[in-house]
Ligand binder design. Sequence first.
Ligand code: CDP
Ligand code: CDP
Length: 230
Amino acid sequence: MRKITIAIDGYSSTGKSTVARQLADWLDYVYVDSGAMYRAVTLYALRKGFISEEKFDRNALVEALPGIALEFRKNKNGKAEIYLNNENVEEHIRTLEVSEFVSPIATVPEVRRKLVKLQHAMGEGKGVVMDGRDIGTVVFPNAELKIFMNASAEVRANRRYIELRDRGADISYEEVLDNVNERDHIDTHREDSPLRKATDAIEIDNTETNIEDQFHTILQLAKDRIAGRI
Ligand code: CDP
Ligand code: CDP
């Protein structure tokens, strides 16, 4: 069966990684969570003190970029997890603190160039599902299937709030909603590779759709593309 490239973009917490992972498992494709890569760079910048509430030393981050090695490795359950300089940081990158600083970090063109290069290498040879903000527009503009996900900000924030709370985080719904709105604003307004729907992307609003139904809708689109039906 021919292999295709599937690009899934959209606003924060719309269910991109959930459906991307399901598709990759079902199709036996490689799954790449490009947001995890921006989050790992952010964790590095926080640990080095390059970014904080008070300052953002872009030059120091850009100079340090060659020393940042990122890779995905599968854990024993087959789930890809991200490694920063050989350390598994999968849990560390999902905190609200990293979420608060990731969008400013993702505006830096040198960071984007480094990560896009890695993403190209990971998607070589097709058979890849990648989710992010610029996958259909910048990383794989020729992807055979492009999905643009959306849902109301309140529903997205609530889903993310439940997820963080279940992991034991001490946060409020309002904090999560503020973060979702702020990241969407920065991501859509930045100069380099802003979040926008590719002209040939299919928009899916899942405000009222559960995970299972959303998966079946997108899987059908993928099957049609693979078979060359659409
Ligand atoms: O999963 P969630 O919606 O919280 O975000 P994510 O996919 O983990 O991405 C975190 C942040 O990384 C986004 O808010 C963007 O600022 C940045 N990002 C990006 O600029 N380009 C991508 N391809 C992926 C993520
Ligand atoms: O990757 P992205 O930030 O777009 O979203 P996600 O991490 O896949 O999904 C965010 C949260 O919403 C997760 O807890 C999902 O289980 C949940 N979700 C949902 O409840 N219903 C959907 N239709 C999609 C996602």
